[in-house]
Design a protein around this ligand. Structure first.
Ligand code: FMN
Length: 225
């Protein structure tokens, strides 16, 4: 894990902050949960890093400034780790152990608070049924759900659900999606239901496309397995 938080840029051999202003990157925090769609985390991260200047507006908020470079960090649940190799993630990856290793005494930073400060935008993709339920009801029992519970709701939070049809059709799913919308979070709209073959032989609905995001991030390319 890299030191946190990243300090100011330094001139080589100098102990003083560099005089020249350094371009501020737009910071995207990706949350990943234990859906089979987390297999695509490496691809998602690389596509986000490819975006030269992420630009997306809703009616009220500027989400990113065109031309800004994008910086990405990932917060993973323990279950999500089952689906990807950390070696395939070219950005800082945080999980529960980091939260507790970082805090030893009162002067130490609390990682979930530092991350909610650091991020300009959070994208939870895939958001599985378990963490959806936790977020909707306020449970915060791991690093990701603590970031989400402490989220600064003046900043955009996007979520992309992924679960099989049986879970999707349970009435709790609609209730909990609505609750997240009440919190002000944005479900990335889908261009029709993204149905693909699911790992357990059933279809999977992955509601994970955004019209303004690049084509490469559409569910057919990234999420439907
Ligand atoms: C192979 C496999 C695939 C899974 N895929 C999904 C999925 O797509 N969506 C989902 O909601 N849960 C899925 N689950 C169940 C979650 O992994 C489980 O609910 C887990 O507790 C989620 O933990 P987390 O929310 O802390 O990541 C899957 C489980 C397994 C074993």
């Amino acid at each position: 894990m890299e030191p946190w938080p990243a300090g100011p840029p330094m001139e080589p051999g100098s102990s003083c902050p560099a005089a020249a202003p350094v371009e501020r990157q737009f910071r995207i925090l990706v949350g990943v949960t234990g859906s089979v769609a987390a297999l695509k985390l490496p691809l998602l991260v690389s596509k986000l890093l490819d975006i030269p200047g992420l630009l997306s507006r809703d009616d009220t908020r500027l989400w990113a400034v065109l031309g800004q470079r994008v910086e990405v960090a990932v917060v993973s649940t323990e279950r999500a780790k089952h689906f990807y190799s950390s070696q395939d993630i070219p950005v800082t990856l945080y999980s529960d152990a980091d939260e507790w290793e970082m805090w030893k005494r009162r002067s130490d930073p609390v990682l979930h608070i530092e991350l909610r400060r650091w991020a300009d935008l959070m994208l939870v993709a895939p958001l599985d049924a378990n963490t959806l339920g936790k977020v909707a009801s306020g449970i915060c029992d791991n690093l990701l759900t603590c970031v989400l519970r402490a989220w600064d709701r003046s900043k955009p939070l996007l979520f992309c659900l992924a679960m099989n049809t049986a879970m999707w059709e349970h009435p709790l799913t609609a209730q909990q999606r609505d609750q997240l919308r009440v919190f002000g979070y944005t479900e990335i709209p889908h261009g029709g239901h993204g149905r693909g073959g699911h790992h357990c032989g059933q279809s999977q609905r992955s509601h994970v496309t955004a019209p303004r995001l690049p084509e490469e991030l559409s569910p057919s390319r990234v999420w439907c397995l």
